[in-house]
Each structure stands twice: as structure tokens, then as C-alpha cells.
Design a protein around this ligand. Structure first.
Ligand SMILES: C[S@@+](CC[C@H](N)C(=O)[O-])C[C@H]1O[C@@H](n2cnc3c(N)ncnc32)[C@H](O)[C@@H]1O
Length: 272
């Protein structure tokens, strides 16, 4: 595949954004992404379903946040646009809702920009969660500042991205972002957990981890307690930190039925 959107992008190094696009059945990925993603799926056959369950959580979280009065969304690690993007869900409920998408991956950003070309209340930035000072500076300038008002509450969405910022480095990054947003703002997180993948054979786990080491964003799981730590000082919305398919599910029978831990991911929303 070669086209304008791929110009200047290193297509020989797999990318977490494009591998995730592949899990979801999208078409914005290259041979190196598909090879790495297929190797991860061979080790964790549930992965496409996990990605679907995570997107379903994101949709429920946005609906909950709009119902709770939030009208501004900053979606960091937003990925390549797919069905049911944040601005689409939010706009359906309130056409005045605004969304700023942020991603490290140039292809995710260029596709988001294309999709948003005729959408005045949403924009996309290239930014790095590991550099929150630069990210905040970008949010305070055009084009983000034309849609976003950081003096008013926002929802910071860190959905399936914090495991790409392993180690203690992630905590001050999240805290810096939350300190900069208005009281009443929200944090939404989904995160691959140690407990969620504990049932995997060690060889399978190592093999999946190895594929992500080839990307620019190696993966690092956290324990439940380590994930909960991101919410220090925030008030958790019911039902707290739970498996992704369990978070305010509106489906009688979620994608993993009575085995929600097979999603491997924990999720919660908390308010400042
Ligand atoms: C698994 S996808 C999740 C996409 C979307 N949030 C979702 O849950 O459907 C992870 C995304 O995070 C992005 N990402 C990884 N590390 C990042 C960082 N340090 N800053 C910003 N984005 C990052 C990747 O490029 C990728 O698009």
C-alpha cells in the first residue's frame, strides 16, 4: 500500500496505532504492522475481541460523560479513526461538544485531520503523553484553543494508551495534565493489566511483548493497584475500577460473557 498519507512515514517499523487498526479490521496498516499484529494474535487469540471491547467501553464512557455534563474531550492516544469516534458519539448527544484528538503516530493524526476537515468543533494534534508540558502548550494554541477552553471542565481520555508509557514516568505525566484542567474535569482510563494476562502461557506473553518491542512504543502492563494510582485524589464514578466489559455495560451479555477478565483490561472514570 502506498499513498499520500503514507509519505515520509517509516512503514517498515510496526506501529501500535496501525497494529490496533488491524485488530479492529481497519485498512490503515502496512505489511510490517500486519506481521507483528498476526504474531500477537497467535499468542493472544482474544486480541481482536479485546480491542472491540475496549472501543465499546470508550463509547459508553463518552455517553456517560456527556450525560454528566462534560462538553469537552481531549482524547490522548486516540489512534486511527474507526467506527464510533469520540466526536461522533459526543456530537450525536450534543452538537456543541468539542473534541481534540492527540496521538504520537503521524498516520493516526493525518487520518484524524482528514476526517475532521469539515468538522468545526474537533481537531487533531501530534503530541506525546510523555511530554505533557508540550502537549498543554499545544492545547493552549491554535488550532486546539479555537475549540477548547481549558478554564472549563474537560474529559481527558487515556484509553488503552498508558500501557505504552511504562514505569513511574507515567504518573507525573498524568498528574501534570490533570493539574492543568479545571475542577470538575474527568480522567477516563482503560489499561492492560498484569492480572488480566496472568493466565497466558509465559512463552505467549513474551512473544506478544516482543512484537511491541519492535515498535516505538513498547508495552508495559500494570497491576490493579498501579492502575488505581492514576486516580489518586479523584472521585471514582461507579462501579469503580473494573474489567472493561463490566464498566456500565448496557449489553445483557458482554463480549466475554461471564469471563470479563479475559478482556485483560481494567477501566475507570474519575472526577477532579
Ligand atoms: C491501542 S491504541 C488506542 C486507541 C484508542 N484510544 C482506543 O482505545 O481505541 C493506542 C494509541 O496510543 C498511541 N500512543 C502510544 N504512546 C503514545 C504517547 N506517548 N503519546 C500519545 N499517543 C501515544 C498509539 O500511537 C496508538 O494510536
Amino acid at each position: 500500500m502506498d499513498s499520500d498519507w503514507a509519505r515520509g512515514v517509516d512503514i517498515d517499523t510496526p506501529s501500535a496505532a496501525r497494529m490496533y487498526d488491524y485488530y479492529l479490521g481497519g485498512g490503515h496498516n502496512f505489511a510490517a504492522d500486519r506481521k507483528a499484529a498476526d504474531a500477537v494474535i497467535a499468542a493472544i487469540p482474544d486480541l481482536p475481541r479485546i480491542a472491540q471491547a475496549n472501543r465499546a467501553f470508550l463509547r459508553r464512557a463518552v455517553r456517560f460523560l456527556v450525560d454528566s455534563g462534560v462538553r469537552q474531550f481531549v482524547d490522548v492516544g486516540s489512534g486511527i479513526p474507526t467506527v464510533g469516534n469520540v466526536h461522533e458519539i459526543a456530537h450525536r448527544l450534543d452538537p456543541d461538544a468539542v473534541t481534540v484528538y492527540v496521538d504520537l503516530d503521524p498516520i493516526a493524526v493525518s487520518h484524524s485531520r482528514q476526517l475532521l476537515a469539515d468538522t468545526p468543533r474537533a481537531t487533531a494534534l501530534r503530541g506525546d503523553l510523555r511530554d505533557p508540558v508540550d502537549l498543554l502548550a499545544q492545547l493552549r494554541q491554535s488550532p486546539a484553543a479555537e475549540v477548547l477552553d481549558l478554564e472549563k471542565p474537560v474529559a481527558v481520555l487515556l484509553v488503552s494508551v498508558l500501557h505504552f508509557v511504562p514505569g513511574d514516568e507515567a504518573y507525573p505525566c498524568v498528574a501534570t495534565l490533570l493539574d492543568a484542567v479545571a475542577p470538575g474535569s474527568w480522567l477516563a482510563v482503560s489499561h492492560s493489566s498484569v492480572e488480566g494476562f496472568a493466565g497466558l502461557e509465559k512463552d505467549d506473553f513474551d512473544s506478544a511483548e516482543q512484537q511491541y518491542k519492535k515498535t516505538t512504543t513498547p508495552v508495559g502492563l500494570r497491576t490493579r493497584a498501579e492502575i488505581e494510582r492514576f486516580f489518586t485524589g479523584l472521585t471514582l464514578a461507579e462501579p469503580g475500577l473494573v474489567w472493561v466489559p463490566q464498566w456500565r455495560t448496557d449489553e445483557a451479555d458482554g463480549p466475554f460473557g461471564d469471563e470479563p477478565h479475559r478482556s485483560g483490561m481494567l477501566a475507570a472514570l474519575g472526577q477532579r
